[in-house]
Write a protein that binds this ligand. Structure first.
Ligand code: 9WN
Length: 457
């Protein structure tokens, strides 16, 4: 851990109580903390997720950040999204990292020298990765506008609309590897939940050896406790998958013939469907036809239910396209299709049962925060990245879903629990799922941004 980045030790009961008092002083103080965090992470036209761990621009981070910025600095919210979309490739893909050329080589690993994006076709003038992340941007743009509905926002929304449409077209046309109407991710980093136990089964088939990492210098373990981060073997596999995609020219043709990681993820596809719902609303605002977006949204929901819903467990599971099997780990990914307003009642009800179960513990008065992995699983790791800890973005998505499907009491419980986490530990990247201790980066942008959104609601 770097100086000042150590876990903040605050008992979960204490901070949940702090949040429950909900007095104006608490809210003012929390808002101040969030705004200060976002201001400190602002970098000329975007917000870095964390100055130490993630000093460049990340795709889905910028979407969550824009939602929060809209409450306090709407002009920055639009600049955040505009700068990200300036790095969109000609094929429509929005890269998951946009590198800041002003930073020193080695500021993040793997950096531009590994991705070599400018060698690929139709790339922008800046270095980027070649992967994508969950397409939560159309939803973010719509929410940013709804939170600050002024003429400048409408103009920005109008300008962004074609780029958001192109982002969806890329995913629909190039990434439907199985031809079933769902998007396939080609790397665990594309899920945003990089190290989730959901990827253990598909990752086990990726040939790589931990020893490979001796040739590289990992950046993350210089800034965070190695015991909280992916292992060297995970990293060796991550790099092997990047190399396979890069050496294929980041072309999506022929992926089915041997790309080492091909998975349909419930969160990614729920975001893909939610984006069409959001685009329908944006289309109506900017004078375009919402009909095609609504029709596509319906098709995505149908495909999700058909392909990723597991009636035996009553939750959604990723499908490994290399084996054509659903993976078995029960993670928070499975709850996120709740964000789809047209999810059929049968599946929505089953997800609420899953959310309320001992595995995830969502309740009107939550005893512990929402974990990212089944807390009753024997291999849950409360300290390790995406393998148990609690994050604000996954909680924020599940809360939206609970509201969309008529569970305001559960949504309120989840909201209080999330506010309680930050009240107790600060704007940490993630939190211990039992104690609420703050982990990872201590000044993490999407935590601050989504806190602003939760406080305003
Ligand atoms: C790799 C920036 C990103 C998030 C991801 C999170 C983490 C990167 C990393 O940080 O991923 O993309 O180096 O571990 O898993 O969701 O977007 O905050």
């Amino acid at each position: 851990m770097s100086a000042g980045a150590g876990p903040t030790r605050v008992g979960v009961t204490a901070h949940l109580d702090t949040a429950r008092t909900g007095g104006p002083a608490d809210v003012v103080g929390l808002r101040r903390l969030a705004v200060d965090t976002l201001d400190a992470n602002w970098e000329h036209d975007h917000t870095v997720p964390s100055r130490t761990l993630y000093p460049h621009q990340w795709s889905w981070d910028s979407a969550f950040i824009a939602i929060g910025l809209a409450h306090v600095r709407p002009e920055r919210a639009w600049r955040e999204l505009a700068s990200l979309f300036r790095a969109q490739w000609a094929d429509g893909r929005v890269p998951h990292i946009v590198f800041n050329p002003a930073l020193r080589v080695g500021a993040y690993f793997p950096g531009p020298e590994m991705w070599r994006s400018t060698n690929a076709q139709g790339t922008p003038g800046v270095d980027t990765s070649g992967l994508v992340q969950p397409p939560v941007h159309a939803l973010a743009a719509l929410l940013a506008y709804q939170r600050a509905p002024d003429p400048a926002g409408l103009a920005a929304l109008r300008q962004l609309y074609p780029a958001l449409v192109a982002q969806q077209r890329y995913l629909a046309d190039r990434r439907d590897v199985a031809g079933d109407g769902l998007v396939c991710i080609v790397h665990p980093w594309e899920s945003g939940l990089d190290n989730s136990p959901a990827w253990d089964e598909p990752m086990a088939a990726v040939g790589a050896e931990a020893a490979v990492m001796r040739a590289y210098r990992r950046h993350d373990t210089a800034h965070a406790d190695a015991a909280h981060r992916p292992t060297d073997l995970d990293y060796a596999r991550y790099l092997a998958i990047v190399a396979a995609y890069r050496d294929h020219g980041y072309a999506d043709r022929g992926l089915a013939d041997g790309h080492p990681f091909l998975v349909e993820c419930p969160l990614f596809n729920a975001a893909f469907g939610a984006a069409e719902h959001a685009l329908a609303e944006i289309a109506a605002l900017v004078g375009d036809d919402p009909g095609p977006h609504r029709a596509r949204a319906t098709r995505v929901t149908e495909a999700l239910v058909r392909r990723l819903y597991d009636p035996d467990t009553g939750t959604f599971q990723p499908r490994d396209l290399r084996t054509d099997r659903l993976v078995s780990a029960r993670t928070v990914l499975g709850l996120t299709p709740l964000i789809l307003p047209d999810l059929p009642t049968r599946q929505a009800d089953a997800l609420v049962v899953e959310a309320r179960s001992a595995r995830f513990g969502v309740a009107r008065h939550m005893e512990r925060p929402l974990p990212t992995y089944d807390r009753t699983a024997p291999d849950v790791e409360p300290l390790r990245y995406w393998r148990g800890p609690s994050w604000l973005n996954t909680g924020w998505l599940v809360r939206r879903g609970l509201l969309a499907h008529g569970h305001p009491d559960l949504a309120a419980g989840l909201r209080r629990s999330m506010i309680g986490l930050v009240a107790g530990a600060g704007c940490h990247e993630y939190f211990h799922p039992d104690t609420g201790v703050g982990l990872g980066s201590p000044a993490f942008s999407w935590t601050a941004a989504l806190l602003l959104d939760l406080l305003a609601d």
